[in-house]
Write a protein that binds this ligand. Structure first.
Ligand SMILES: Cc1cc2nc3c(=O)[nH]c(=O)nc-3n(C[C@H](O)[C@H](O)[C@H](O)COP(=O)(O)OP(=O)(O)OC[C@H]3O[C@@H](n4cnc5c(N)ncnc54)[C@H](O)[C@@H]3O)c2cc1C
Length: 332
């Protein structure tokens, strides 16, 4: 079985930039992601939103940024394993060398000298509605993420949630949909204040202290019954599309079982992005350190740091500093 220099778990922006950097440093690289598509949160959660704070891109759609990152990551022809959930990493002896064995739900074993954990929020699954609804309504009139804004054009949209995703989509749909109602079980929003203020100015019917009670429909959702959680008063809304943004189910306990030192739901790293396990690095949203900012830009920087230190772990004589890429002559 091939032993890779580095196996990157997570094909989000951090893992993809790490993959590019590993190729640049001449490492034999593999990327594994549980999702069928690369891009992490960019493609899974907000493909059609613009991102404005990535170096060199004044404004770019998240899905285009993900595509560019994937193209850049592919330059050095890494091995890609998609739709595969990593369940365990173990240090084993292989042909006289200590090596990491990465095992997945596909009963695949991957061998690697080093590992970069770029798991983001983990293999997180959106929290689902606590209601029995016909399976065929899902992705037709009930959505947990927006993969195409056009699906909401001219519709009567009900958004559930009070975080950034819910409020941002309410703002976007206020100019696209026929009618937008946002219900939230409290009157405090987790979303940034400026977006909440914008939502109040926009054409959004905001109903705080309201929750979903039932859905009616025939082939698709036609009506939503909502209720005021202070008084129990019910109201029926005409609805063609429901967007549910009530958070994620995150279970990262398995990382502790791998022997990783954790800081709440994140992996503790030092300034070299080293975890407590030899040859195992972490970067991006999942990595915890004193100066943490969970951003695409900082994840990329952390990935570059992790990969360059992984180079020196594999070959202690190697230089840490990669040199300037502008000195290369890549035919791409
Ligand atoms: C609505 C929204 C808007 C945002 N806007 C911005 C913005 O404007 N600017 C900005 O800088 N940031 C923004 N962010 C945050 C940004 O998306 C994250 O900081 C970034 O995606 C983190 O990248 P990552 O690669 O570390 O993790 P992720 O993007 O979460 O990728 C992690 C990958 O690891 C995979 N994975 C996890 N566990 C496993 C496993 N066990 N086996 C295999 N694969 C696994 C996941 O499937 C996922 O693909 C936004 C986030 C959201 C939700």
């Amino acid at each position: 079985m091939d032993v890779y220099d580095i196996t990157i778990i997570g094909g989000g922006p951090t893992g993809l930039f790490g993959c590019f950097y590993a190729g640049l440093r001449g490492l034999k690289t593999k990327v594994i992601d549980v999702l069928p598509e690369l891009g992490g949160q960019l493609t899974a959660l907000y493909p059609e939103k613009y991102v404005y704070d990535v170096a060199g891109h004044p404004k770019i759609l998240a899905k285009d940024l993900a595509k560019n990152l994937a193209t850049q990551a592919a330059i050095f022809k890494p091995a890609l394993c998609l739709g595969e959930k990593v369940q365990l990493i173990e240090r084993i002896e292989h042909e006289g060398e200590m090596t990491w064995k990465v095992s997945s739900d596909k009963n695949e074993n991957h061998l690697s000298k080093t590992v970069l954990l770029a798991l983001g929020a983990g293999a997180c699954v959106p929290k689902r509605l606590d209601l029995e609804v016909p399976a065929e309504w899902e992705d037709e009139s009930i959505f947990y993420a927006v993969r195409s804004k056009e699906r909401f054009r001219d519709k009567d949209v009900l958004i559930i949630g009070g975080g950034d995703s819910a409020v941002d989509w309410a703002n976007e749909f206020s100019v696209l949909a026929n009618k937008v109602t946002l219900i939230h079980r409290r009157d405090q929003f987790r979303a940034v204040q400026s977006s909440v203020e914008e939502m109040k100015r926009n054409k959004v019917n905001i109903k705080t202290f309201y929750e979903l009670k039932d859905l009616h429909g025939n082939g698709q959702v036609n009506e939503a019954v909502i209720f005021d959680n202070r008084t129990g008063k019910e109201e029926t809304l005409k609805v063609d599309a429901l967007l549910i943004n009530i958070g994620f189910v995150i279970n990262l306990d398995f990382l502790r079982q791998w022997g990783l030192e954790m800081d709440k739901n994140a992996i503790t790293v030092n300034e070299k992005m080293e975890t407590n396990l030899p040859g195992v690095y972490s970067a991006g949203d999942i990595a915890a350190h004193a100066a943490k900012l969970k951003l695409i830009a900082t994840g990329a920087a952390e990935a570059a740091t992790a990969v360059n230190f992984a180079v020196t772990f594999i070959n202690p004589q190697a230089k840490l500093y990669p040199g300037h890429s502008s000195n290369l002559n890549l035919s791409i």
